[in-house]
Design a binder for this molecule. Structure first.
Ligand code: PGA
Length: 249
């Protein structure tokens, strides 16, 4: 089975309506990428989902949220449900990012419940897993990632994406070595209910300078890009690396 690549930008808590011009610059490259087998996704903050969806219309740019609640509605001040982000124009939602696991104490069981809610609402969840530096140094990386995966991924998830993001590589400029990434992605694939049909993204300081090498690895089906996704030049260069990776296969 040939998996389409996915280059996903995680804007985190960045972006205002005055940034919508970014999508005009991205559109031609997203169309080119889609034709070459590379999906381009941007996950802006919740406040920008509807403006971005309205701005992009039926362009090739896919839109995702960064979180959703487990319930479809109710007394949950400040939260948004999966149905609400779907209604705003998102097709994907990032769940269990390490910043949410640490800032908001999210457990894998909660991530799993959110993923079930997302799937019910017609969203594709991008479920994030990854070990801390201490865990890697203690030789626990595979055990931690395996346990997170088992507890975060709903058994019936037909359409999930997995993002392997070593916590120590996020926003630090450090990346896991290609051989560490290759080993972890191969390990993750053996743990998936639908191994051949599930995309596994690498995330953690993906930049134009390392994207080509990472995207060329067998079990790497794309990238989850934080900082570099805010810069159209850098994000475009990472998309280019994925397109060239696809052409080389
Ligand atoms: P980074 O973030 O590319 O800035 O390291 C990745 C992420 O947190 O998804």
């Amino acid at each position: 089975m040939t998996r389409r690549m996915l280059i996903a930008g995680n804007w985190k808590m960045h972006g205002l309506r005055s940034d919508l011009g970014f999508f005009d610059q991205l559109e031609p490259q997203a169309a080119l990428a889609a034709a070459a087998g590379v999906d381009v996704l941007v996950c802006p903050p919740a406040t920008l989902l509807a403006p971005v969806a309205g701005h992009c219309g039926d362009s090739a740019i896919l839109i995702g949220a960064q979180d959703c609640h487990t319930n479809s509605s109710g007394a949950h001040t400040g939260d948004v449900s999966a149905g609400m982000v779907r209604d705003a124009g998102a097709g994907y939602v990032i769940l269990g990012h390490s910043e949410r696991r640490s800032d908001h104490g999210e457990t894998s069981a909660l991530v799993c419940a959110k993923a079930e809610a997302a799937i019910m609402a017609g969203l594709i969840p991008i479920i994030c897993v990854g070990e801390t530096r201490e865990q890697r140094e203690a030789g626990e990386a595979f055990g931690i990632v395996g346990a997170q995966l088992a507890a975060s991924l709903p058994a019936a998830a037909r359409m999930a994406v997995i993002a392997y993001e070593p916590v120590w590589a996020i926003g630090t400029g450090l990346t896991a070595s290609p051989s560490d990434v290759a080993q972890m992605h191969a390990f993750i694939r053996t743990r998936l209910p639908r191994p051949a049909g599930t995309r596994i993204l690498y995330g953690g300081s993906v930049k134009p300078g390392n994207a080509g090498e990472l995207m060329a690895l067998d079990d790497v089906d794309g990238a989850l890009v934080g900082g570099a996704s805010l810069d159209i030049g850098q994000f475009g260069a990472i998309i280019d690396a994925a397109i060239h990776g696809c052409a080389a296969q």
